[in-house]
Design a protein around this ligand. Structure first.
Ligand SMILES: Cc1ncc(COP(=O)(O)O)c(C=O)c1O
Length: 457
């Protein structure tokens, strides 16, 4: 079966007076200059207005129910949808776990909702201290530091460790929290091709030829969420040691979700030497609540970060009910139930990937709870998402500048609680919605008429 046969490239259509125009991407409106700070913001609104006319500006959808394997929500135009949900990050499906929700409610009642301070200033509480100990045990590292969100952890670790004279080598697709941390910390940043660990090693070598005094931090992820792929971490760690470099691995997407024990790519790659490694994770994908954490086998590094990592030092500790929920979900994912949930979500991923590939779709990467389905053209992708929502299948589209131009895609985030019926409904609706989207994308008139008939809130 041809792999890329179902991706779409837009053709020029001279008969259309008003085309759906995505020619001004948001990123271009970002660098506007001028002394009027308010006026500089208006270009963004103009850039997206055209898309709002067609109701294909599909960000900021809201949930109306718990975002489980099925849910109910609405878009910014008031269109309501309810059905199988592939747009929520909750790989083990623990956001619907009643035990955890009851624990959060009990903690709210008995302990309260406020941490009341940064960690250094009397903000920590029993759930925080237990989480801190248990996440270290789970990772198998000596010490950890807890943040209120994964973004804060990623930014905080880079900014906390790196000084302007140090060097950072970073994968081109590393998450924004890491690249922002890098930019805030030093100007010596070397961006390497995605997953190209050999290039990272070459850069390390070159840096060391010229600078044998300062630090080098390699920054990558153990599961990239836009492509569902993983670098060779064992190779990178071994090589980085040769050049006295250190390795930061963002495990936001695979920690807890992949591997028999849930240790993600560290487990699937038999990663064993932590001597120059710093690990980072986020609760927002697998622990089903917001919390961030960084672990290291050298407890002195974590102690240092407690003073020099600004999002830790200068921000209130995560609130007790949220921390208690994360803690209970951590205990679940470490239990036999966790093993079962990881198996279920991986079975779902393999099933969906196999079915999509058999139908001729291009599916990226390796089997993981994230299934990346390439659709190609940006307008096509948006109309497919629009139609899927209209047909009560909840999905997210991803496009340039987050991914390459012409490589728009659906990012399907699977949950252990998805059933075969949910996956089959997705497959069935994808076929009919893609076929309809093909006819609508070059015929703006009929698309407008189609939207006019959509029922509203
Ligand atoms: C790789 C990666 N790192 C960090 C984060 C930030 O995590 P959080 O949503 O917990 O702030 C994300 C979230 O999308 C992510 O994908």
């Amino acid at each position: 079966m041809e792999s890329a046969s179902k991706t779409v490239v837009r053709k020029e259509n001279p008969n259309n007076s008003k085309k759906i125009d995505l020619s001004v991407p948001m990123s271009e409106t970002y660098r506007k200059q001028g002394k009027d700070l308010f006026a500089r913001a208006y270009d963004l609104a103009n850039a997206i207005d055209n898309q709002k006319d067609y109701e294909i500006w599909l960000y900021f959808k809201s949930t109306l129910k718990t975002p489980g394997a099925t849910t109910k929500g609405h878009d910014i135009y008031g269109n309501v949808f309810e059905g199988p949900n592939f747009a929520t990050q909750d790989y083990l499906g623990l956001s619907t776990n009643m035990e955890t929700r009851e624990i959060a409610a009990k903690v709210t009642k008995e302990f309260g909702i406020h941490s009341g301070g940064a960690a250094l200033a009397f903000g920590t509480h029993p759930y925080y201290l237990d989480f801190q100990r248990e996440i270290s045990e789970f990772w198998g590292v000596k010490s950890s530091i807890i943040y209120s969100a994964g973004w804060m952890a990623g930014y905080g670790i880079v900014k906390g460790m790196i000084r302007p004279w140090d060097h950072i080598i970073i994968d081109r697709l590393a998450h924004n929290c890491l690249s922002e941390g890098a930019r805030a910390a030093t100007q010596n940043i070397y961006v390497t091709e995605h997953l190209n660990v050999k290039e990272m090693v070459e850069v390390m070598k070159k840096i060391r030829e010229e600078d044998n005094e300062n630090g080098i931090l390699i920054v990558t992820e153990s599961l990239f969420s836009m492509d569902s792929d993983t670098p060779d971490l064992v190779y990178l760690q071994k090589e980085s040691k040769k050049y006295d470099a250190f390795l930061l691995i963002d495990m936001a997407h695979d920690l807890g979700a992949i591997g028999e024990k849930g240790l993600g790519a560290l487990e699937t790659q038999n990663f064993s030497d932590y001597s120059n490694v710093i690990l980072m994770g986020s609760g927002s994908k697998t622990l089903s609540t917001n919390i961030g954490f960084v672990g290291c086998n050298d407890e002195r590094v974590i102690e240092y970060l407690r003073y020099f990592s600004p999002p830790y030092m200068f921000s209130n500790v995560v609130a007790p009910p949220q921390c208690a929920a994360a803690l209970n979900n951590l205990r679940i994912l470490r239990s036999d139930k966790g093993v079962q949930l990881r198996k279920q979500v991986m079975d779902n991923a393999v099933y969906l990937r196999t079915k999509l590939q058999a139908k001729g779709y291009e599916v990226l990467g390796i089997p993981s709870p994230i299934v990346i389905l390439i659709l190609g053209d940006e307008v096509f992708c948006r109309i497919v998402v629009r139609l899927m929502l209209d047909n009560n299948v909840i999905v997210n589209g991803i496009e340039f500048p987050i991914v390459a131009k012409g490589k728009a895609r659906l990012r399907l985030q699977l949950q252990a609680t998805h059933t075969r019926e949910h996956l089959n409904t997705f497959l069935e609706k994808l076929e009919s919605c893609s076929a309809k989207a093909l006819t609508l994308m070059d015929d703006v008139e009929s698309f407008i008429n189609y939207r006019k008939s959509a029922p509203k809130l």
